[in-house]
Design a protein around this ligand. Structure first.
Ligand SMILES: Nc1ncnc2c1ncn2[C@@H]1O[C@H](COP(=O)(O)OP(=O)(O)O)[C@@H](O)[C@H]1O
Ligand SMILES: C[C@@](O)(CCOP(=O)(O)O)CC(=O)O
Ligand SMILES: [Mg+2]
Length: 386
């Protein structure tokens, strides 16, 4: 039996980090996906669990007996009850990951492999399987690869469990029903906790549901955009770690609680305004231009507040300076500290200017892409035979 799931990455239009502290944020899915295929053998003598990270040509394999021994404290799997990984289980899982001697240059993968082991054993138990992963998303760049990985993995694993109802006859990509989406989003959040430390849940939620969402304290409101939004995404290619950046903001908050609370409140107002601008009707080009100008100003304000939180970076500042030469507004997206920067491309901006700004950014060594935003969330495709 084989199931493939694909889940999109995301951009955060406003509110990253502050959303971890209860402020509102606005995010949209992008048309770059992570694919996870889970193959469960029906018979045979291969008694191991394999994780193949195809893009990196890496394979990790554990004898099922070894996993059982390490996680002997786990009861039978309960796929309908999302459970947090205890400190004891995370220690056992870390030991299983350490045995694989991940090369130092790729050690950031360790948290993803740990999340994999937790989601797999919690949903499927101690069954042998091969899990293959590919991704169009750059890892650790602010486009939510960690959430897309957890969402696609949870979807494929749940599709093979008794907890969700999937039409096994249906050919091609299909979506889950509303209650199944809620369940898989909760599982993905448990995986994201292992990777991010203290996630807000916005990334797994937008990857699960797709489109555009407003998110506050675990609650989502779907947003139907009333204007075309075109974003240039510039990857500075400066590596960083979301978990460390979130922890840094929390430490700053402990040192300066009053000042940071004002910063988070300002971000909350910005995100609510961003959402209402996107939602409000725009009957003609003039009103679209007015809305774009307001969004640009709010992006600049949000970027200033992200600097206050200490998550900007010299490479991000270079992108800001470069795009400003063309009168374009930018802000970092995701955790910052490097990673990706968003630049709003107004509808009436000429293609020549877009080409010029991209050329100049690429000359600095950055990578640019114009992503489609607001597509479907997670989807699955049943394949193979039982
Ligand atoms: N396709 C994948 N395969 C394995 N691990 C992944 C994959 N995608 C993401 N991860 C895990 O998520 C981490 C990146 O997450 P994070 O630092 O939150 O950045 P982002 O979510 O912005 O890409 C990776 O270092 C890895 O541990
Ligand atoms: C910084 C944060 O707001 C977004 C992190 O996004 P990413 O992992 O950098 O793609 C954290 C979170 O909301 O969980
Ligand atoms: Mg992440």
């Amino acid at each position: 039996m084989e199931v493939t799931a694909r889940a999109p990455g995301k951009i955060i239009l406003s509110g990253e980090h502050a959303v971890v502290h209860g402020s509102t944020a606005v995010a949209a899915s992008i048309n770059l996906y992570t694919n996870v295929t889970v193959s469960i053998p029906t018979a045979g003598n291969d008694d191991s669990l394999k994780l193949q990270l195809k893009d990196m040509a890496l394979e990790f394999s554990w004898p099922i007996g070894r996993i059982k021994e390490a996680l002997s404290n786990l009861g039978p799997p309960s796929s309908s009850t999302p459970t947090s990984c205890s400190i004891e289980s995370i220690k056992s899982i870390s030991a299983l990951v350490e045995e694989k001697n991940i090369p130092e240059a790729k050690i950031a993968l360790a948290s993803g492999v740990s999340a994999f082991l937790w989601l797999y054993t919690s949903i499927q138990g101690f069954k042998p399987a091969t899990v293959a992963v590919t991704s169009e998303l750059p890892l650790g760049s602010g486009l939510g690869s960690s959430a897309a990985f957890c969402v696609a993995l949870s979807a494929a694993l749940l599709a093979l469990s008794d907890s969700v109802n999937v039409d096994k006859q249906h050919q091609g990509w299909k979506m889950f029903g509303e209650s199944d989406l809620e369940l898989l989003n909760k599982w993905a959040f448990e995986g994201e906790k292992i990777i991010h430390g203290k996630p807000s849940g916005i990334d797994n939620t937008v990857s699960t549901y797709g489109n555009m969402i407003k998110f506050t304290s675990g609650n989502l409101t779907r947003i139907k955009s009333n204007m075309p939004i075109k974003m240039l995404v510039t990857n500075t290619k400066v590596g960083r770690n979301t978990k460390a950046l979130i922890a840094g903001v929390s430490e700053r908050t402990l040192r300066h609680p009053n000042a940071m609370s004002v910063v988070f409140n300002a971000v909350d107002s910005i995100s609510n305004e961003v959402a209402s601008i996107i939602l409000s009707p725009a009957p003609d080009d003039v009103s679209i231009t007015e809305k774009e100008q307001k969004l640009e100003e709010l992006m600049e304000m949000n970027q200033g507040l992200l600097q206050c939180m200490g998550v900007s970076h010299a490479s991000i500042e270079t992108v800001l300076r470069t795009t400003l030469k063309y009168k374009l507004a930018s802000k970092l997206t995701g955790a910052g500290g490097g990673g990706c920067v968003l630049t709003l491309l107004p509808t009436l901006l000429s293609g020549t200017v877009v080409d010029k700004v991209i050329t100049e950014l690429e000359t600095c060594g950055f990578q640019c892409l114009i992503s489609g935003i607001g597509g479907n969330g997670v989807e699955i495709c049943i394949g193979g035979s039982s």
